[in-house]
Ligand binder design. Structure first.
Ligand code: 5GP
Length: 189
């Protein structure tokens, strides 16, 4: 059990444990950015963040990249229960740019069943980018329902519901610096 003293008081009682510290996340993103830099040397990259969860991954990754990159965002809603997705995805905000012929890196916070990303990947691929790869900070392999080409993965985590570092439950907890698990009573109905 981790020390929760640094978690802001209004959230502390809701939290079960710290799954990944801010320092672990930062170190891993530095490694991933170095990998991306190697793979895209001499090219320019369009990084596409999936709102809202991927905002911190996007900003921390982009600040570590040395290859020239531009940014765009999509927002999607995935129908399902409060903590699982159904794969029926609706685009709430589309890209501002035409990605045809561009090297695109899709940046996700977490891949769970994979249904949301499967939809997004196919949707973006149909727009004929020069290349399309995926970076996800987190993945829960035990929950996967579809096979996905995840090129860069930050951490594999067990089947626990996590929040913080951009991830929410009912729009709360996004601003926490660590990724933490919630007490089951908070999200189980
Ligand atoms: P998938 O379609 O892969 O099942 O789910 C992807 C989406 O479900 C993520 O982008 C995220 O919004 C949400 N999600 C899945 N697992 C978690 C989790 O542990 N915590 C939070 N906060 N959201 C999750």
């Amino acid at each position: 059990m981790s020390d929760l003293a640094h978690i802001p008081a209004p959230f502390r009682d809701d939290i079960d444990d710290v799954v990944l510290t801010a320092e672990q996340i930062s170190d891993r993103l530095t490694e991933l950015a170095a990998e991306v830099d190697r793979d895209y040397a001499g090219r320019e990259l369009l990084i596409v963040g999936v709102l809202k969860g991927a905002i911190f991954v996007m900003s921390d990754l982009a600040r570590r990249l040395h290859v020239p990159s531009s940014m765009d965002f999509m927002a999607v809603s995935s129908y399902g229960s409060a903590t699982t997705s159904s794969g029926t995805v609706r685009i709430l905000k589309d890209l501002d740019t035409d990605i045809e012929g561009q090297d695109v890196l899709l940046v996700e916070d977490i891949v769970d069943s994979g249904l949301t990303l499967d939809y997004l990947f196919k949707n973006l691929r149909s727009r004929k980018p020069a290349s399309l790869e995926v970076l996800s900070l987190l993945t829960k392999p035990s929950r996967r329902e579809v096979d996905l080409p995840l090129r860069y993965v930050g951490f594999e985590i067990p089947d626990v519901f996590v929040v913080g570092y951009g991830l929410d439950f009912a729009e709360r907890y996004r601003g926490l610096s660590d990724i933490v698990s919630l007490k089951p009573g908070i999200y189980a109905s």
